[in-house]
Design a protein around this ligand. Structure first.
Ligand SMILES: [Zn+2]
Length: 428
């Protein structure tokens, strides 16, 4: 059934203007409220007696709210309140997202307009909608909600309220987190021009670090406080998944201030079993140790498209057709530690190390043999059967687990390998 038909049905059932109902319905559906739920909520809004008497729904404790509740009245302390701008029907619309808690538990909420509450405020949301998100109930605070501020704060145990203000460490962050507060060092930062929804726009992207680890970030509305080497406090950041790992998003609504103290960035990446790492679904900075079982096709001397920089086959780019390829070096090595398998991807510099030569050497070898596969063969000879310690960014998707290597070193856990490395040094 089309949205139009749903609106028609609602309008005739409720005896109200169809266009008005349709615009409400469209509104809810665009905010990803399932259409049946949207219709129910509109039936309530326009006073369809069949859905249970009307009037203000009874007050509930947070822990007692279920996705089956159509709407509830709830009193809680705002733990986090993060503003975000979304585009709706061609114009920008500010929504507020975060968590609310009482003595019984915590619940996520989305406020479709800015009611002006902040973290730490105690509020009563009368007639807040409830929807299911990922199997959990979530509150919708919208125009049919009566919102009031309470002067008495609630007694909430530390266990429940530890997140007032949303303070978090980088390794605690997960995609979907809202309104987080971080104290971090800016480890890498570059200015880029992208095609945004309003045309070309400048953004900052790079890497943040704290005591717990490192994560990539994007600053959509560049602020001067964010620059390489700076220590900053970022309030109201949100987290999205980008290329398989959580990414910190700093928006126009985030507060960024310089920190007096230096941030100690842990230099050691988390070391994990391959299987354990793959099961996390992706980690920005991780160290894995495994045996190189094989070198995959597409390793050694390769050619890239000059337009999109993707690897091309026989002079053909999937997007740009017949192109004049750029020569490059790369390795895709399969690593296994008995618990799982990943493909480690080595850039040109790391490839030079395991190949023992640079791009010129590779081109010459390929010319001599009249076959560029000789480069991959040489690398295979050098790498397969040895154990490596690899640090990098792990992403896991339907194509498998890929570890974008930052370092790729022969593991020194094995005394025999250590001895042979030592002998090589002596020989050299
Ligand atoms: Zn291309």
């Amino acid at each position: 059934m089309e949205l139009d038909d749903h609106a028609e049905e609602l309008a005739s059932d409720l005896g109200v203007d169809k266009e008005e109902v349709k615009s409400d319905l469209q509104n809810l559906v665009e905010y990803s409220v399932p259409v049946d739920e949207a219709k129910q909520s509109l039936r309530r809004k326009y006073g369809d007696g069949s859905s249970g008497g009307g009037g203000t729904p009874s007050a509930k404790n947070v822990a007692d709210i279920t996705p089956e509740d159509g709407s509830v009245t709830v009193t809680g302390t705002v733990l986090t309140a993060g503003k975000r701008s979304i585009r709706y029907q061609g114009s920008d619309h500010v929504i507020v997202e975060g968590q609310l808690a009482d003595e019984t538990g915590r619940i996520d909420y989305t406020a479709w307009e800015d009611f002006g509450f902040e973290a730490g405020d105690t509020i009563t949301a009368g007639n807040a909608g409830v929807r299911e998100w990922d199997g959990e109930p979530e509150l919708n605070v919208g125009e049919s909600t009566a919102l009031s501020f309470e002067s008495d704060s609630l007694e909430i145990s530390d266990e429940i309220s530890y997140e007032i203000g949303g303070e978090a460490e980088l390794t605690d962050l997960e995609a979907g987190d809202r309104a987080r507060t971080l104290e971090v060092a800016v480890l890498e930062c570059e200015r880029r021009t992208i095609d945004g929804r309003d045309g070309e726009t400048e953004i900052l992207s790079g890497v943040l670090g704290d005591e717990s680890g490192r994560l990539p970030f994007t600053n959509w509305d560049p602020v001067p406080e964010i620059e390489e080497g700076a220590s900053v406090r970022i309030e109201n950041a949100y987290v999205q998944e980008f290329r398989g790992v959580p990414e910190v998003n700093v928006s126009e609504f985030s507060g960024v201030s310089a920190l007096e103290r230096e941030i100690d960035v842990g230099s050691d990446a988390t070391t994990m079993d391959v299987g354990e790492a793959v099961r996390t679904g992706g980690i920005y900075d991780v160290e894995l140790v495994g045996n190189a079982l094989a070198i995959r096709d597409g390793s050694g001397l390769i050619q890239r498209c000059p337009e999109c920089y993707r690897v091309i086959q026989k002079g053909q780019c999937r997007t740009h057709g017949d192109v004049d390829g750029i020569d490059d070096l790369r390795v895709k090595a399969i690593l296994d530690d008995g618990t799982g398998t990943v493909t480690a991807i080595l850039d040109d510099e790391l490839t030079q190390q395991v190949y023992g030569g640079d791009l010129e050497d590779a081109l010459e070898a390929a010319r001599e043999a009249m076959d560029q596969e000789v480069v991959a063969d040489e690398i295979r000879e050098n790498v397969v059967g040895r154990e490596y310690r690899v640090r990098g960014h792990l992403s896991v998707d339907e194509y498998g687990a890929n570890l974008d290597a930052e370092t790729f070193e022969e593991s020194d856990d094995d005394p025999a390998a250590r001895a042979s490395a030592f002998l090589e040094e002596v020989d050299a």
